[in-house]
Unconditional design. Structure first.
Length: 364
């Protein structure tokens, strides 16, 4: 089911309306598309089935990545069967109860997913939706979870409430600003405790110094599936700049503890973000997939070693990781890193784990 051009539409594709007053933080600049075009690669192993386990859609004044842009990336030669949409504070309702405003994002993405599903030959865009809810509402979050379910009965799969925070000023302007220690607060845990009853997973986005908080959370709630985003956010700016070996050692120790929690799985990706400190976007030319594979291999291989392939899934994190490379190059890098894995392991890494965790039906 490889496509060589974007999905044609007989009517305009549904758009995600931007959240009023919210622009992308300067910390995460949009990609320079002209710069990206300097490095072009053909897709490696184009027949390998892929589920992109993590992406966003943006339609903001200074950063646009609408579904048309995603479709163009999906047409780059890799066999992407489906994608998982993860909340990014888009399309919130402009009125009504504050707690229910994030449901607007699910409503918007559901329209896009339903439109894409009309073409049986096209990738199943946004086949699963990970939405936002404020879990510090405690038992009061039930109404929000029910509203998300009503907005997307067949695709709503989980919740993400960003916990990423660091005292270093280098990270002061990175998106949402949750309090340090959020995952340990009684209010958050009261809401988190409601997820299992609703059959929902939790996507955890936090930085590597915070991973012990997630270990504690996973141990306290063994019946709730936790998906660690972006290999746990190894930092590389501010006080962490020039400390890659020390950061890797601390990150590795926490990852091993997390891997001991059978309810945790991990997304392999997100290393193209500026916060990781690889600074590919500052080079004269975009990196090749060989260069990316060399830089990212230690993190990805250790996660696979610690968790096992059936608890790991590759993810693009587009358009945020587009800062460092284009979509085809990124998946080529992942395929190079996983080249030593068995066919069974590769099937899990590229599609099977995401299909199981997010309960996707890819049979059609």
């Amino acid at each position: 089911m490889t496509r060589t051009e974007p999905l044609p539409a007989t009517e305009p594709l549904p758009a995600i309306e931007p959240l009023a007053g919210v622009e992308p933080p300067p910390f995460h600049p949009p990609a320079d598309l002209a710069w990206l075009r300097q490095t072009v690669e053909a897709a490696l192993e184009p027949a390998l089935p892929i589920v992109d386990a993590h992406h966003h859609l943006f339609d903001r004044p200074t950063w646009r990545y609408p579904v048309e842009a995603l479709n163009a990336d999906l047409a780059g030669g890799h066999r992407v069967l489906a994608t998982v949409y993860v909340e990014c504070r888009e399309a919130y309702r402009s009125d009504g109860p504050e707690a229910l405003r994030p449901v607007g994002e699910t409503e918007a993405v559901e329209r896009i997913a339903a439109h894409a599903a009309r073409d049986p030959q096209a990738p199943r865009v946004c086949a699963a939706i990970v939405a936002h809810a404020d879990l510090t509402l405690g038992a009061g979050v039930d109404a929000v979870l029910q509203a998300h379910r009503a907005a997307s009965p067949a695709r709503f799969r989980g919740i993400r409430q960003t916990a990423s925070a660091d005292a270093d000023p280098a990270y002061a302007r990175v998106g949402a600003r949750p309090p340090l220690g959020l995952l340990r607060t009684p209010a958050f845990r009261a809401g988190f405790a409601r997820l299992a009853a609703h059959g929902l997973s939790f996507d955890a986005w936090l930085y590597h110094p915070q991973l012990p908080d997630l270990v504690d959370l996973a141990r306290a709630f063994p019946d709730t599936t936790i998906v660690l985003d972006h290999v746990g956010g190894p930092l590389g700016l501010g006080q962490y700049a020039g400390q890659r070996d020390a950061v890797f050692a601390a990150w590795r120790a926490s990852i091993r503890q997390l891997a001991d929690c059978s309810n945790v799985v991990v997304k392999l990706g997100g290393l193209g973000m500026r916060l990781c400190g690889f600074a590919f976007h500052e080079q004269a030319r975009p990196p090749s997939s060989q260069v990316l594979a060399q830089a990212w291999r230690p993190y990805v291989e250790f996660c696979i070693e610690a968790f096992g392939a059936t608890r790991c899934m590759f993810a693009s994190n587009f358009p945020v990781d587009q800062l460092s490379c284009d979509y085809t190059v990124l998946w080529n890098a992942f395929k190079r890193i996983a080249s030593g894995c068995s066919p069974t392991e590769r099937a899990a890494l590229f599609a099977g784990t995401a299909e199981r965790v997010y309960r996707l039906d890819l049979s059609r």
